[in-house]
Design a protein around this ligand. Sequence first.
Ligand SMILES: O=C(O)c1ccccc1N[C@@H]1O[C@H](COP(=O)(O)O)[C@@H](O)[C@H]1O
Length: 204
Amino acid sequence: MYIKICGLQTVESVAAAVEAGANAVGFIFAPGSPRTITAALAATLVSSVPEGIETVGVFRDQPLDEVLATSREAELTTVQLHGNEPLADVTRLHAAGFRTLRAFSVAAYNALNPEDKRAWKSERILLDAVEPGAGETFDSSELAQGAPQGFWLLAGGLNPSNVASLVGALHPHGVDVSSGVESSRGVKDSMLIRDFIQAARSIS
Ligand SMILES: O=C(O)c1ccccc1N[C@@H]1O[C@H](COP(=O)(O)O)[C@@H](O)[C@H]1O
């Protein structure tokens, strides 16, 4: 079970995620979120992350040059595209040496035609609710058309209480959480981070 803890802003919350066994830590660069940080702060946080743990920058419909510049300055391993970015952007990011995650709302993923689904098949996909970072879940029945065939992460309103049952029902390769490990909007809680990781791994 691959676990990403997202929206981190402090050395303490990064350390809590790393010590609890997260596979990836995420930093928000999409504007307008209470979790948005600068590339300079991200670089400081990234420098505290041991090798082998992915450091993920989250962007939403930002120019690719800006995504590349920020990701290089922060020395990220991975870029998460959380808007309507085309496969060509993912290909350019790979060519620049970054791993990627491409987020879709379940509705947007379902709306892809079979050819597009095949095109995205070899990429790592994240399925989320419509409003990212809002702690909203999506209705599991929306996945009745089928989950992605390759590696995919479940996100959207996960928390320590619901993650095990959703993993058991939907069988993702991993999970991603932000709101569900916060004591108030944008403020991470180290205990909730530990509880979440323990719960997510309890059935894997
Ligand atoms: O967390 C944010 O503020 C955010 C802003 C813009 C794009 C993505 C964002 N976060 C991503 O949202 C999902 C789920 O979040 P939640 O657990 O429901 O709060 C996750 O993939 C975050 O990376």
